[in-house]
Design a binder for this molecule. Structure first.
Ligand code: NAP
Length: 282
């Protein structure tokens, strides 16, 4: 598996498996076991996905060695703050049945993220987390966190896909040593992504599928991708993206699809901030 080197020298697989919206415990456990068998080593979960226990069961049941895995989970908004974060981290680790985590992310840029960051710095220094980072941080929030703390975020997991390509943000993060990780690389199928004419024409040209062209285009930009599928055949399809190269002119063609806006919502919309504060999950 191709990896990227994070700003603290940790190697992170460039392709992983996301488990958002696989809330059924049996289905999630089976999906993660399938993903391991297909070859995935990076698993991306979150306390808000309510499936850390299922992921933990799959980790335990799998034949893959722990040191070959790269496990990410995320801290939810209600758990921010120094003490809360220490508690939430222990809870996540217990559910995942792990004694260390590879990557811990602040899920959203809201509430007491400073207190959380200091707790995460402590856990990182103790060796309980290999790398710490954030998610959904706009560039101003990212830099603000970075310049007023000791340890810079290693990763920012943000929405990136063909309709929201974010070249400026990815470049800015690169300059500042923060690895970009794309959530919803298929935009969850919105805007008829899987039937898109331009991507379909490239898929025919390279004799690959739309999904493979999308993932490959992100990987060629050195962005970590974490596609989700509950179907093993698609997991294998999404994993098979290292035997072709999209030309520079075709990468330029893909830029024509960019709508330069979220396909979901803006983290800067005050009504979204308010809505998320009520989104409590245990
Ligand atoms: P996604 O990966 O963009 O899309 C998943 C959808 O695509 C599912 O409906 C899946 O259906 C379908 N699909 C997958 N592979 C396919 C293929 N080869 N051909 C056709 N359809 C295919 O969406 P996502 O799950 O939201 O994002 C991926 C991961 O990013 C999540 O699982 C999560 O780990 C992370 N994430 C993070 C945040 C955040 O705030 N940090 C937000 C969203 C997501 P089937 O399952 O039926 O195959």
């Amino acid at each position: 598996m191709k990896t990227v080197k994070l700003n603290n020298d940790v190697d992170m697989p460039i392709l992983g498996f996301g488990v958002y919206q696989i809330e059924d415990q049996t289905e999630c456990e089976r999906a993660v076991l399938d993903a391991f068998e297909v070859g995935y080593r990076l698993i991306d979960t979150a306390s808000a996905y309510r499936n850390e226990t299922a992921v933990g069961n799959a980790i335990k049941a799998s034949n893959v060695k722990r040191e070959e895995m790269f496990i990410t989970t995320k801290l939810w908004i209600k758990d921010t703050g120094y003490e809360n974060t220490l508690r939430a981290f222990d809870k996540s680790l217990e559910k995942l049945q792990l004694d260390y985590l590879d990557l811990y992310l602040i899920h959203q840029p809201f509430n007491d993220v400073y207190g959380s960051w200091r707790a995460m710095e402590k856990l990182y220094k103790e060796g309980r987390i290999k790398a710490i980072g954030v998610s959904n941080f706009q560039m101003d929030r990212l830099i603000d966190l970075m310049v007023y703390n000791e340890i810079p975020p290693a990763v920012n997991q943000i929405e990136i896909h063909p309709f929201h390509q974010r070249f400026d943000d990815v470049d800015y993060m690169k300059v500042n040593g923060v690895q970009a990780e794309a959530w919803a690389p298929f935009a969850e199928g919105k805007n008829n992504l899987f039937e898109n004419d331009i991507i379909s024409s490239l898929a025919s040209k390279y004799q690959k599928t739309v999904a493979q062209v999308v993932l490959r285009s992100l990987i060629q930009r050195e962005i970590v991708v974490i596609p989700k599928s509950s179907k093993r055949v698609r997991m294998a399809e999404n994993f098979d993206v290292f035997d072709f190269e999209i030309s520079e002119s075709d990468m330029d063609l893909l830029k024509e699809i960019d709508k330069k806006e979220s396909s979901f919502f803006s983290h800067r919309d005050p009504e979204i901030v308010k809505w998320m504060s009520g989104f409590v999950r245990d």
